[in-house]
Design a protein around this ligand. Structure first.
Ligand SMILES: Cc1cc2nc3c(=O)[nH]c(=O)nc-3n(C[C@H](O)[C@H](O)[C@H](O)COP(=O)(O)OP(=O)(O)OC[C@H]3O[C@@H](n4cnc5c(N)ncnc54)[C@H](O)[C@@H]3O)c2cc1C
Ligand SMILES: NC(=O)c1ccc[n+]([C@@H]2O[C@H](COP(=O)([O-])OP(=O)(O)OC[C@H]3O[C@@H](n4cnc5c(N)ncnc54)[C@H](O)[C@@H]3O)[C@@H](O)[C@H]2O)c1
Length: 504
C-alpha cells in the first residue's frame, strides 16, 4: 500500500494531470460510481487507500452474514430436538474462518476488485486522496484536476468512545472480530446496535460466553421498542447476558483479560472486548476547507442529488443517510446520473462517451430507480427519497423494518394508527413453533390511508419485509392492502392480521 507523499506548499505543487472525474474512496458506493462513469467513457481516477470494495465485503456485511449463516445452521440443528428426533451438534469455528478467507475476502486481497474497475476503463491509484482546491485532488505526489467533478465515497470508521483507559488496551473493532480464527472463551461487547447484536449471537452460538453492555435503556434503540425486546429475548435464549443503561467509566486490560467498569460501580470481565459503538466519518482528512465546505459535522451534508457543493458529490455512509450497502448503491445510481447530466450540459448536450448506448445504459439503469418511485422531477434528474428505507438486523429471528417507527411518526405530528400481531398467533408461526418473539407492527398515516412504517420480526423477517417496503414505497392504499390475498400458511400472511388490528 502506498504511503502518503510529503505535503507541499501550493507553490511547490506538481503540475496537475487533467481527468474527467476523481472518486476518493472505492467502497461499495465509490466503486460503483467510478466503475459506471468509466464504463460511460469518462476518464476516471479511483483512489483507495485500503481495499477496493470497502468495509462491506471484507469486514462487514458479507463475512458477518457468512458467520450468521453458520451460526443459524448450528441453532437450527439444535431445534431438531422436540420437533423431529435428537441431534448432537458440535460447533466448529474453523470452517467459518476458512470460508471467510477463501470465499469472502480472498484473505483480504482486492486484486480481483481492482481488476474489475480497471477492466471498465478506470485508472486505479492506491493511496489517500485529499481535495486541494476546486476540482483538484492530491494523492501523495500526484495532483489531478477533475474537469467534471470529485466524488467522495470515503465511508466511516469505528467511533470509539473516550472511556478512561480504553485507548491503551488491545480492544477489538468489527475488523478483528471478523478476522478471528480462534474464538475466545468470553467476550464483552460494548454497544448493543446492529453489529453488536449480530456478532454477539454468532459467537454465543459457537460457545463463547458473551456479555453485551449498552449505554441506552434498550438494545437496537433506533428501532421499535418491540424490536429491542425481541432481539434481547432471542439473544438471552442463546445465553447472551445483556446489560442496558450502563455508562462505561473505565477499561483495564491485564493477563486475565478485560475489565470494564460502569459509572455505577458495575464490573464486567472477559477475555476479549469488542467495541461497536457506532461509526463516524473522518471529514477532517479530506481537505474540505480548501473548497469552503464545513468539515466539523458528523457527516457530509448533501442535497437530494448528493451534491456537497459545486462539482463535489458524496455517496454512501459519509452522507449519514443510513449506513447500509443498499443506500450506498441507491445513491451511487443517482450520482452517476447526475454527473453524466452535468457532463452533457457542459458539452452542450453532447454524449460524453460518444457512445450513446453506453451512457444511455448507465443513466437508464439509474433511471429505473426513479421509475420505482424515487420522485425524479424532470428528465433524467433523479432525487434521493428515503421514505421507504429498509433495514434488516440479521439476528435470529431477523428484524426487518422500513420507514418511520411509531415514535418518529408521532413526533412528526402524524395522525398515527398502529397494527400489531404476534407470529406465534398465526398459523405458520404456530406450526413453526420455535419462534416466540416474532411479530408484525404497522404504522399508518390515518389521514392519508397508507402505511408509513413497518417492522417484521421473525424467522424470515428480512424477506417478509419486502411486501411492506413496496407498500410504504408505493403508498399503496390501506383499503387495497386489506383486500389483497395473502398465501396460507405463510409468515407474511400475518401482515393481514396486523392490518385488521390497525387502530389508535
Ligand atoms: C460488521 C458490519 C456489518 C454490516 N452489515 C451490513 C449489512 O448486513 N447490510 C448492509 O446494508 N450494510 C451493512 N453494513 C454497513 C456497510 O458495510 C456500509 O454501509 C457500506 O460499506 C458503506 O459503503 P461506503 O462505500 O459508503 O463506505 P466504506 O465501505 O466504508 O468504504 C469507504 C472506502 O473509502 C476509503 N477511504 C476513506 N478515506 C479515504 C481517502 N482519503 N482516500 C482514499 N480512500 C479512502 C476506505 O479505505 C474505504 O475502503 C455493515 C457494516 C459492518 C461494519
Ligand atoms: N444488518 C445490517 O444492515 C447492519 C449490520 C451491522 C451494521 N450495520 C450498519 O453499521 C452501522 C454501525 O453499527 P453499530 O452497531 O456500530 O452502530 P449503531 O449505531 O447501530 O449501534 C451502536 C450502539 O452502541 C451504543 N453506544 C454508543 N456509545 C456507547 C458507550 N459508550 N457505551 C455503551 N454503548 C454505547 C449506542 O447506544 C448504540 O446502541 C449501523 O448503524 C448500521 O447502519 C448494518
Amino acid at each position: 500500500m502506498a504511503e502518503d507523499g510529503p505535503v507541499r506548499d501550493a507553490g511547490d505543487m506538481a503540475e496537475p494531470e487533467h481527468v474527467d472525474v476523481v472518486v476518493i474512496g472505492l467502497g461499495v458506493g465509490g466503486e460503483e460510481v467510478a466503475g459506471r462513469l468509466a464504463e460511460a467513457g469518462l476518464t476516471v481516477v479511483g483512489v483507495e487507500r485500503d481495499l477496493v470494495g470497502g468495509e462491506c465485503p471484507y469486514w462487514g456485511c458479507i463475512p458477518s452474514k457468512m458467520m450468521i449463516r453458520a451460526a443459524n445452521a448450528v441453532a437450527e440443528a439444535r431445534r431438531v430436538d422436540g420437533l423431529g428426533g435428537t441431534a448432537q451438534v458440535t460447533p466448529d469455528w474453523a470452517p467459518v474462518a476458512k470460508r471467510i478467507r477463501a470465499e469472502a475476502t480472498d484473505d483480504w486481497d482486492d486484486r480481483v476488485a481492482v481488476q474489475r474497475f480497471t477492466d471498465k476503463g478506470g485508472r486505479f491509484l492506491r493511496g489517500s486522496g485529499r481535495i486541494d482546491g476546486p476540482g483538484r485532488v492530491r494523492v501523495g505526489d500526484q495532483v489531478f484536476q477533475a474537469r467534471h467533478g470529485i466524488v467522495l465515497g470515503t465511508g466511516t470508521r469505528p467511533s470509539v468512545p473516550p472511556v478512561d483507559g480504553l485507548a491503551e488496551t488491545p480492544y477489538w473493532t468489527n475488523r478483528a472480530a471478523i478476522e478471528v480464527e480462534e474464538l475466545p472463551a468470553s467476550l464483552l461487547v460494548l454497544g448493543g446496535g446492529a453489529i453488536g447484536l449480530e456478532l454477539a449471537q454468532v459467537f454465543a452460538r459457537f460457545g463463547v460466553r458473551v456479555t453485551v453492555v449498552e449505554a441506552l435503556d434498550r438494545v437496537l434503540a433506533v428501532e421499535e421498542p418491540e424490536s429491542s425486546e425481541a432481539a434481547a429475548a432471542a439473544l438471552r435464549a442463546d445465553g447472551v447476558e445483556i446489560h442496558t443503561g450502563v455508562r462505561a467509566a473505565r477499561v483495564e486490560h491485564g493477563p486475565a483479560g478485560f475489565t470494564l467498569r460502569g459509572t455505577e460501580g458495575q464490573e464486567f470481565t472477559a477475555e476479549r472486548l469488542l467495541v461497536v459503538t457506532g461509526r463516524r466519518a473522518h471529514l477532517d482528512e479530506l481537505g474540505l476547507d480548501t473548497v469552503d465546505v464545513d468539515a466539523s459535522g458528523r457527516y457530509l451534508q448533501v442535497n437530494d442529488r448528493l451534491h456537497v457543493t459545486d462539482g463535489i458529490w458524496a455517496v454512501g455512509d459519509v452522507t449519514g443517510e443510513g449506513a447500509f450497502t443498499h443506500v450506498a448503491m441507491y445513491q451511487a445510481a443517482i450520482v452517476v446520473a447526475d454527473v453524466l447530466d452535468h457532463v452533457r450540459r457542459a458539452q452542450g448536450g453532447a454524449d460524453p462517451s460518444g457512445t450513446a448506448s453506453v451512457v444511455g445504459g448507465a443513466v437508464g439503469a439509474a433511471s429505473s430507480l426513479s421509475a420505482t418511485g424515487s420522485a425524479g422531477s424532470a428528465g433524467s434528474v433523479l432525487r434521493a427519497d428515503y421514505r421507504a428505507l429498509p433495514r434488516v438486523t440479521f439476528t435470529d429471528p431477523e428484524i426487518g423494518a422500513v420507514g418511520l417507527t411509531e415514535q418518529q411518526a408521532r413526533e412528526r405530528g402524524i395522525n398515527v394508527q398502529v397494527g400489531f400481531t404476534r407470529l406465534a398467533s398465526s398459523t405458520r408461526g404456530w406450526i413453526h413453533r420455535t419462534d416466540e418473539v416474532g411479530f408484525i407492527k404497522l404504522v399508518a398515516d390515518a389521514d392519508q390511508g397508507v402505511l408509513i412504517g413497518a417492522t417484521s420480526a421473525g424467522p424470515a423477517g428480512g424477506e417478509v419485509l419486502s411486501a411492506l417496503v413496496v407498500a410504504v414505497h408505493a403508498a399503496v392504499p390501506l383499503t387495497q392492502l386489506r383486500h389483497m390475498i395473502y398465501a396460507y400458511p405463510t409468515f407474511h400472511r400475518a401482515i393481514s392480521d396486523a392490518l385488521h388490528n390497525l387502530g389508535r
